[in-house]
Design a protein around this ligand. Structure first.
Ligand SMILES: [Zn+2]
Length: 705
């Protein structure tokens, strides 16, 4: 393998990723600056070294023929000319013809969490005979397992919902990512709903997304979903359902918003066969008569949404130059899993290797918030900011934006069509059963043979905790220093977005039950920074965002903060890095101190417990003290540069770029200089003393800044 192997990452031919290409051996002979020469396929000139290939082109340069690779083909499914690849469903799934679409919109105001009044009721619905079933999807257990798939699912005429000439609401969920199994009308304006378990399982009822029509404005309706199975839920901590009105979208350009009154999540005592079920109930008044509306657990992001997004990249003459979209593999329903390679193409041979960063999302289909973070990351990294360009110049990003398209299409919460959680099967050798995780692991393994992977992060949603946080691995058995070093990136993230990301909620360990997760498998393969990022379905308990829901822009902004923290983490000036490390060492000391103080007097014990709770592993909502402390350190970071500042950066970098040998580092150094000057300008007092402020800070419950 030659040293200069940047280019082969563009030529991932994906499906057959196992076979290693040695195409890059020839790249060092090629200069892309020479365009005026004739291009012939190797075969056409009868070259004895490449007798059959049509992938190698020969350019006549300076009196000799020089081989180069042909540009990769446009790929089926994300071609700029053709239609999107059709979505494939299990053959028996009923799918309506109507395409469901929503506008992009975020409220200009914060959406507060629901504060219980104590008067919320807990409806229990014994099965009265007079109850009316108003919606019943096809039998979820028609097949015990996945059989085969078809474009558009079931081809027999669909059952039409009963046309109601009275005021009964009509329901529908037979569309992409939709989930609703059954609706019973229990009173004039009261409906009992059942959501569908993941296909080919009887578990994982959490995700719901359905349409309601025939609405009446000004009436208080009650909806109660009765078959959740998780005892704890963010709905008990103020989370509100999401609502979308087509009339609001059309008339006022308003999209998804948080709604609902009298929200309650409770055990409904309808435990069957030893299982307990939980209900979510809420009341709501529709804004319009005869409106088409939707409710959802989280902001929908479908496979079609992803394909449209990828098509827009492919159709963009600028972004498509540094973002190559390929098919990593096909799912068991023959939908495509995409992999993106994002990096600045090399203009000439460069012996230094770019390090790799890997980002994946949506292994759990119901965790749509992870797709919005992924979208924010892609928007930023493919944007025209100088920092994004710097990142593309410095790293190769390998991105798998949707690991489980089948699950996303059918409206599952957690599983693929095997009825299994893919994120427990990264160790599996069953390529046919778990293709997306098998090929992802294989792609990463091959990547690691060529270059250092500095960070792997798999994006998820969390149903019980607020804020955004990370899980890392336990390095303490291998090396204490490694254990702390892997916490540096999450700590930097918390400093960069203190009102969303909670370092105190991060955990760094490997539980037995998590050994098949991407995080643990990649860590065991040798990636030191191997993370799961968990984003709440609800909102924040931190800083200015405290008590409000996250909207799609909040989630997207995490993608930007991820990039920003990556630049901090890789800054050639290691000041921030070592500052964080020192801080982590201090936190660790306190945890140990707490253990020593077990038998000491009460006041000391209180101090230690407080320190422990504010440093790590505690419930994030109860540990804001450490966040206040982190906020203080945040001000040391540079601020996002203004356009003027960015332009001056670009101008001052021009000279650096003309000297290829210092190109990448020059950028980073430039950034470092700027960030250092920001530090001086904004926070001259920060020193190591801040660590000792940690000891001097007040006891808990003395006010939150
Ligand atoms: Zn997850």
């Amino acid at each position: 393998m030659s040293e200069d192997s940047e280019k082969e990452d563009y030529s991932d031919r994906t499906i057959s990723d196992e076979d290693e290409s040695d195409e890059d051996n020839f790249m060092k002979f090629v200069s892309e600056d020479i365009h005026q020469c004739a291009l012939l396929t190797a075969n056409s000139v009868g070259d004895p070294f490449f007798p059959r290939t049509t992938q190698i082109l020969l350019e006549y340069q300076l009196g000799r023929w020089v081989p180069r690779l042909r540009e990769p083909r446009d790929l089926y499914g994300v071609s700029s000319s053709g239609p999107l690849s059709p979505t494939r469903w299990p053959y028996h799934c009923e799918v309506i013809d109507e395409k469901v679409q929503h506008i992009d919109w975020t409220p200009s105001y914060p959406e507060p969490v629901y504060i219980p009044t104590g008067l919320e009721i807990e409806p229990l619905y014994p099965n009265y005979k007079e109850d009316t079933v108003v919606y019943l999807a096809e039998d979820a257990y028609k097949e015990p397992c996945f059989v085969y798939s078809r474009v558009g699912g079931n081809r027999t005429p669909l059952k039409q919902p009963v046309d109601n000439y009275d005021n009964t609401l009509m329901f529908e969920a037979r569309f992409e990512s939709g989930n609703l199994q059954k609706v019973v009308k229990v009173a004039e304006y009261e409906y009992q709903l059942t959501v569908r378990p993941d296909l080919f399982t009887n578990k994982h009822t959490q995700w719901y997304y359905f349409q309601v029509t025939n609405t009446q404005a000004g009436i208080v309706y009650r909806f109660t979903i009765i078959n959740f199975t998780k005892p704890a839920s963010l709905y008990n901590r103020g989370m509100r359902p999401l609502f979308y009105s087509e009339k609001e979208a059309k008339a006022h350009n308003i999209g998804w918003q948080r709604i609902g009154d009298q929200i309650k999540y409770y055990r409904n005592n309808q435990g069957q066969e030893g299982r307990h079920y939980f209900s979510l109930t809420w009341t709501f008044q529709f804004p319009h008569n005869k409106d088409t509306c939707y409710f959802a657990h989280c902001y929908p992001y479908t496979y079609t949404n992803l394909q449209e997004y990828l098509s827009s990249i492919n159709n963009d003459s600028v972004r498509s130059k540094f973002c190559k979209i390929r098919v990593l593999c096909h799912t068991i329903a023959r939908n495509m899993v995409y992999v993106l390679t994002i990096t600045t193409p090399l203009k000439n041979a460069d012996s230094r290797k770019r390090k790799a960063v890997i980002l994946t999302a949506r292994v759990h289909p119901g965790e749509t918030n992870s797709s919005w973070i992924m979208k924010g990351f892609l928007d930023y990294i493919l944007g025209d900011s100088s920092d994004a360009q710097l990142l593309r110049d410095t790293f190769i990003f390998k991105v798998v934006p949707m690991l489980n398209p089948d699950g996303v299409i059918v409206g599952n919460y957690r599983c693929s069509l095997t009825g299994q959680d893919l994120n427990r099967n990264y160790t599996s050798v069953l390529k046919e059963s778990f293709p997306s995780v098998w090929y992802t692991r294989n792609m990463i393994r091959r990547l690691m043979e060529k270059r250092e992977v500095i960070l792997y992060c798999d994006l998820h949603g969390h149903s019980r905790k607020e804020n955004i946080f990370m899980y890392g691995c336990d390095g303490s058995e291998r090396c204490k220093a490694l254990y702390l070093q892997q916490q540096i990136f999450p700590l930097m993230l918390s400093k960069n977005c203190p009102d969303k990301f909670s370092f105190s909620a991060c955990k760094f360990n490997v539980q037995k039950s998590k050994e098949g997760t991407g995080r643990v498998v990649m860590w065991k393969m040798g990636i030191k920074n191997s993370f799961t990022m968990e984003a709440t379905f609800c909102g924040s308990t931190l800083g200015n965002k405290r008590g409000t829901h996250f909207n799609t822009k909040d989630l997207e902004s995490m993608g930007y903060h991820f990039c920003d923290s990556l630049l901090d983490y890789c800054d050639p000036d290691r000041t921030k890095y070592y500052q964080c490390l020192k801080e982590l060492e201090e936190m660790e000391k306190h945890i140990n101190l707490e253990k020593v103080l077990e038998d000491s007097d009460t006041s000391l014990k209180e101090i230690a417990l407080d320190l422990e709770s504010s440093s790590r592993g505690s419930d994030s909502s109860e540990s804001n003290e450490s966040q206040t402390y982190l906020l203080k350190l945040t001000s040391q970071k540079k601020h996002l540069k203004t356009k003027k500042e960015r332009n001056s950066t670009i101008a001052s970098n021009q000279n650096t770029r003309e000297e290829p040998e210092v190109c990448d580092k020059g950028h980073l150094v430039q950034r470092h200089k700027q960030s250092n000057s920001d530090v001086k300008a904004t926070n001259p007092d920060v020193s190591d003393d801040s660590i000792f402020d940690y000891f001097r800070r007040p006891f808990p419950n003395q006010g939150f800044v």
